[in-house]
Design a protein around this ligand. Sequence first.
Ligand SMILES: N[C@@H](CCC(=O)N[C@@H](CS)C(=O)NCC(=O)O)C(=O)O
Length: 241
Amino acid sequence: MLELYQFQHSPFCLKVRLALKAKELAFRIVETTPGIGQIDVFRISGQRKLPVLKDEEKVFSDSSLIIQYLETITKEPRLFPQDPIKSSMAHLLENWADTTLAKAVQLELIKATALDSTLREALLPEEFPKSFNGLVKKIPCELLNGVTDVINPRESKALLTSLEKLATLVSSTEWLVGNSLSIADIAIAAQLSLLKFPSSSGPKLRGKGCPGFLDNPQLDPLFRWRDKLENEILETDPAIL
Ligand SMILES: N[C@@H](CCC(=O)N[C@@H](CS)C(=O)NCC(=O)O)C(=O)O
Protein backbone atom coordinates (compact mmCIF):
# COMPACT_ATOMS: atom_id res chain seq x y z
CA MET A 1 0.00 0.00 0.00
CA LEU A 2 1.31 3.46 -0.90
CA GLU A 3 1.83 5.73 2.11
CA LEU A 4 1.70 9.51 1.84
CA TYR A 5 3.38 11.43 4.64
CA GLN A 6 1.76 14.83 4.63
CA PHE A 7 0.81 18.04 6.36
CA GLN A 8 -2.94 18.40 6.19
CA HIS A 9 -3.05 21.87 4.59
CA SER A 10 0.13 21.85 2.50
CA PRO A 11 -0.54 22.64 -1.18
CA PHE A 12 2.33 20.37 -2.25
CA CYS A 13 0.68 17.49 -0.35
CA LEU A 14 -2.68 18.35 -1.92
CA LYS A 15 -0.96 18.24 -5.32
CA VAL A 16 0.14 14.65 -4.68
CA ARG A 17 -3.27 13.64 -3.25
CA LEU A 18 -4.95 14.97 -6.40
CA ALA A 19 -2.55 12.98 -8.60
CA LEU A 20 -3.10 9.79 -6.54
CA LYS A 21 -6.86 10.24 -6.77
CA ALA A 22 -6.81 11.09 -10.48
CA LYS A 23 -4.96 7.83 -11.06
CA GLU A 24 -7.34 5.99 -8.70
CA LEU A 25 -4.47 4.62 -6.66
CA ALA A 26 -5.23 3.40 -3.14
CA PHE A 27 -3.10 5.07 -0.47
CA ARG A 28 -2.82 5.60 3.24
CA ILE A 29 -2.24 9.03 4.71
CA VAL A 30 0.33 9.47 7.47
CA GLU A 31 -0.57 12.84 9.00
CA THR A 32 2.61 14.53 10.22
CA THR A 33 2.96 17.07 13.03
CA PRO A 34 5.10 20.05 11.98
CA GLY A 35 8.39 19.95 13.91
CA ILE A 36 8.40 16.77 15.97
CA GLY A 37 6.81 14.64 13.22
CA GLN A 38 9.49 15.70 10.76
CA ILE A 39 12.11 13.75 12.70
CA ASP A 40 10.50 10.57 11.38
CA VAL A 41 10.30 12.10 7.89
CA PHE A 42 14.03 12.82 8.03
CA ARG A 43 14.72 9.27 9.20
CA ILE A 44 12.91 7.68 6.27
CA SER A 45 13.69 10.16 3.49
CA GLY A 46 16.93 11.94 4.46
CA GLN A 47 15.27 15.37 4.30
CA ARG A 48 12.54 17.12 6.28
CA LYS A 49 10.04 18.43 3.71
CA LEU A 50 6.66 16.96 2.88
CA PRO A 51 5.14 15.34 0.89
CA VAL A 52 7.01 12.05 1.10
CA LEU A 53 5.71 8.92 -0.59
CA LYS A 54 6.61 5.42 0.53
CA ASP A 55 6.00 2.43 -1.69
CA GLU A 56 7.26 -0.56 0.32
CA GLU A 57 11.05 -0.01 0.42
CA LYS A 58 11.04 2.88 -2.08
CA VAL A 59 10.86 6.42 -0.68
CA PHE A 60 10.31 9.60 -2.71
CA SER A 61 10.33 13.22 -1.66
CA ASP A 62 9.35 16.31 -3.72
CA SER A 63 5.87 16.46 -5.23
CA SER A 64 7.15 16.54 -8.83
CA LEU A 65 9.34 13.45 -8.39
CA ILE A 66 6.55 11.64 -6.53
CA ILE A 67 4.05 12.27 -9.33
CA GLN A 68 6.61 11.27 -11.96
CA TYR A 69 6.95 7.97 -10.07
CA LEU A 70 3.14 7.55 -9.96
CA GLU A 71 3.11 8.02 -13.73
CA THR A 72 5.47 5.04 -14.08
CA ILE A 73 3.31 2.72 -11.96
CA THR A 74 -0.07 3.79 -13.39
CA LYS A 75 0.00 5.18 -16.91
CA GLU A 76 -3.63 6.35 -17.12
CA PRO A 77 -4.75 9.03 -16.94
CA ARG A 78 -1.48 10.40 -18.24
CA LEU A 79 -0.57 13.57 -16.30
CA PHE A 80 2.61 14.33 -18.26
CA PRO A 81 1.67 14.84 -21.93
CA GLN A 82 3.73 12.87 -24.44
CA ASP A 83 3.58 15.42 -27.23
CA PRO A 84 6.82 17.47 -26.88
CA ILE A 85 5.13 20.88 -27.15
CA LYS A 86 2.41 20.03 -24.63
CA SER A 87 5.01 18.39 -22.41
CA SER A 88 7.07 21.60 -22.41
CA MET A 89 4.02 23.75 -21.61
CA ALA A 90 2.99 21.44 -18.77
CA HIS A 91 6.52 21.39 -17.35
CA LEU A 92 6.81 25.19 -17.42
CA LEU A 93 3.41 25.69 -15.77
CA GLU A 94 4.12 23.10 -13.06
CA ASN A 95 7.45 24.73 -12.37
CA TRP A 96 5.84 28.20 -12.16
CA ALA A 97 3.18 26.88 -9.77
CA ASP A 98 5.74 25.16 -7.52
CA THR A 99 8.06 28.17 -7.29
CA THR A 100 6.75 31.67 -8.08
CA LEU A 101 3.08 30.96 -7.35
CA ALA A 102 3.85 28.86 -4.24
CA LYS A 103 6.04 31.59 -2.72
CA ALA A 104 3.53 34.34 -3.49
CA VAL A 105 0.51 32.49 -2.02
CA GLN A 106 2.46 31.53 1.11
CA LEU A 107 3.28 35.20 1.73
CA GLU A 108 -0.35 36.19 1.20
CA LEU A 109 -1.48 33.54 3.68
CA ILE A 110 1.04 34.77 6.27
CA LYS A 111 -0.43 38.25 5.89
CA ALA A 112 -4.01 36.96 6.13
CA THR A 113 -3.30 34.86 9.25
CA ALA A 114 -1.57 37.79 10.94
CA LEU A 115 -4.78 39.77 10.63
CA ASP A 116 -7.31 37.00 11.31
CA SER A 117 -7.15 34.97 14.52
CA THR A 118 -9.91 32.56 13.42
CA LEU A 119 -7.95 31.65 10.29
CA ARG A 120 -4.83 31.18 12.43
CA GLU A 121 -6.63 28.74 14.69
CA ALA A 122 -8.34 26.88 11.82
CA LEU A 123 -4.95 26.20 10.22
CA LEU A 124 -3.53 24.37 13.23
CA PRO A 125 -3.17 20.62 12.79
CA GLU A 126 -6.12 18.71 14.25
CA GLU A 127 -4.00 16.81 16.76
CA PHE A 128 -2.77 20.00 18.49
CA PRO A 129 -4.10 20.35 22.07
CA LYS A 130 -7.23 22.51 22.35
CA SER A 131 -5.47 24.75 24.94
CA PHE A 132 -2.85 25.58 22.29
CA ASN A 133 -5.57 26.55 19.80
CA GLY A 134 -6.97 29.05 22.32
CA LEU A 135 -3.54 30.54 22.85
CA VAL A 136 -2.92 30.98 19.13
CA LYS A 137 -6.27 32.70 18.75
CA LYS A 138 -5.45 35.13 21.57
CA ILE A 139 -2.12 36.37 20.13
CA PRO A 140 -2.92 40.05 19.64
CA CYS A 141 -3.02 41.21 16.04
CA GLU A 142 -0.70 44.12 16.93
CA LEU A 143 2.00 41.60 17.83
CA LEU A 144 1.77 40.04 14.39
CA ASN A 145 1.37 43.26 12.47
CA GLY A 146 5.08 43.43 11.59
CA VAL A 147 4.53 40.21 9.66
CA THR A 148 2.38 42.02 7.13
CA ASP A 149 5.43 44.08 6.15
CA VAL A 150 6.96 40.98 4.54
CA ILE A 151 4.67 41.60 1.60
CA ASN A 152 5.54 44.25 -0.83
CA PRO A 153 2.28 45.57 -2.38
CA ARG A 154 3.93 45.25 -5.79
CA GLU A 155 4.26 41.48 -5.21
CA SER A 156 0.55 41.20 -4.34
CA LYS A 157 -0.29 43.15 -7.50
CA ALA A 158 1.96 40.88 -9.61
CA LEU A 159 0.23 37.80 -8.16
CA LEU A 160 -3.18 39.29 -8.85
CA THR A 161 -2.23 40.08 -12.45
CA SER A 162 -1.04 36.50 -13.07
CA LEU A 163 -4.20 35.10 -11.50
CA GLU A 164 -6.39 37.37 -13.64
CA LYS A 165 -4.60 36.03 -16.73
CA LEU A 166 -5.22 32.48 -15.49
CA ALA A 167 -8.89 33.33 -14.87
CA THR A 168 -9.13 34.48 -18.50
CA LEU A 169 -7.50 31.25 -19.68
CA VAL A 170 -9.77 28.92 -17.71
CA SER A 171 -12.85 30.87 -18.82
CA SER A 172 -12.23 29.63 -22.34
CA THR A 173 -10.56 26.25 -21.81
CA GLU A 174 -11.20 23.50 -19.30
CA TRP A 175 -7.60 22.24 -19.30
CA LEU A 176 -4.49 24.41 -19.25
CA VAL A 177 -2.58 22.13 -21.63
CA GLY A 178 -4.17 20.10 -24.43
CA ASN A 179 -7.55 18.40 -24.12
CA SER A 180 -7.21 16.56 -20.85
CA LEU A 181 -6.13 16.87 -17.23
CA SER A 182 -2.38 17.36 -16.81
CA ILE A 183 0.17 18.06 -14.12
CA ALA A 184 -0.22 21.79 -14.96
CA ASP A 185 -3.88 21.82 -13.83
CA ILE A 186 -3.08 19.84 -10.68
CA ALA A 187 -0.05 21.92 -9.67
CA ILE A 188 -1.84 25.26 -10.12
CA ALA A 189 -5.13 24.14 -8.51
CA ALA A 190 -3.19 22.86 -5.48
CA GLN A 191 -1.38 26.15 -4.86
CA LEU A 192 -4.64 28.13 -5.14
CA SER A 193 -5.82 26.32 -2.00
CA LEU A 194 -3.97 28.79 0.25
CA LEU A 195 -5.77 31.77 -1.28
CA LYS A 196 -9.23 30.22 -0.94
CA PHE A 197 -9.43 26.89 0.84
CA PRO A 198 -11.39 24.26 -1.08
CA SER A 199 -14.02 21.86 0.29
CA SER A 200 -11.35 19.19 0.81
CA SER A 201 -9.74 21.43 3.49
CA GLY A 202 -12.67 20.67 5.78
CA PRO A 203 -15.49 22.71 7.31
CA LYS A 204 -13.26 24.97 9.44
CA LEU A 205 -11.27 26.27 6.47
CA ARG A 206 -13.50 25.83 3.40
CA GLY A 207 -14.02 29.20 1.67
CA LYS A 208 -11.60 31.03 4.02
CA GLY A 209 -8.27 32.42 2.86
CA CYS A 210 -6.76 35.66 1.69
CA PRO A 211 -8.88 38.82 1.41
CA GLY A 212 -8.34 40.62 -1.87
CA PHE A 213 -8.19 37.27 -3.66
CA LEU A 214 -10.99 35.05 -2.35
CA ASP A 215 -13.48 37.92 -2.61
CA ASN A 216 -12.20 39.35 -5.88
CA PRO A 217 -14.94 38.95 -8.54
CA GLN A 218 -12.34 38.85 -11.33
CA LEU A 219 -10.96 35.65 -9.83
CA ASP A 220 -14.38 33.94 -9.57
CA PRO A 221 -13.87 31.91 -12.79
CA LEU A 222 -10.51 30.71 -11.49
CA PHE A 223 -11.82 29.45 -8.13
CA ARG A 224 -14.86 27.91 -9.88
CA TRP A 225 -12.47 26.08 -12.25
CA ARG A 226 -10.39 24.90 -9.27
CA ASP A 227 -13.51 23.70 -7.37
CA LYS A 228 -14.83 21.81 -10.41
CA LEU A 229 -11.46 20.16 -11.02
CA GLU A 230 -11.10 19.12 -7.37
CA ASN A 231 -14.65 17.81 -7.13
CA GLU A 232 -14.27 15.78 -10.30
CA ILE A 233 -10.96 14.26 -9.19
CA LEU A 234 -11.84 13.65 -5.55
CA GLU A 235 -15.18 12.06 -6.36
CA THR A 236 -13.62 9.54 -8.75
CA ASP A 237 -13.13 6.82 -6.16
CA PRO A 238 -13.07 6.10 -2.44
CA ALA A 239 -9.45 4.91 -2.52
CA ILE A 240 -8.46 6.85 0.58
CA LEU A 241 -8.31 4.56 3.64
N1 LIG B 1 9.58 21.32 -3.77
C1 LIG B 1 8.91 20.60 -2.71
C2 LIG B 1 8.38 21.62 -1.69
C3 LIG B 1 7.78 20.95 -0.47
C4 LIG B 1 7.59 21.92 0.67
O1 LIG B 1 8.01 23.09 0.63
N2 LIG B 1 6.94 21.43 1.69
C5 LIG B 1 6.67 22.22 2.85
C6 LIG B 1 5.18 22.10 3.21
S1 LIG B 1 4.16 22.96 2.06
C7 LIG B 1 7.43 21.69 4.05
O2 LIG B 1 7.57 20.49 4.20
N3 LIG B 1 7.90 22.57 4.91
C8 LIG B 1 8.49 22.17 6.16
C9 LIG B 1 9.93 22.53 6.28
O3 LIG B 1 10.47 23.20 5.37
O4 LIG B 1 10.49 22.15 7.29
C10 LIG B 1 7.80 19.74 -3.30
O5 LIG B 1 7.39 19.97 -4.45
O6 LIG B 1 7.37 18.77 -2.65
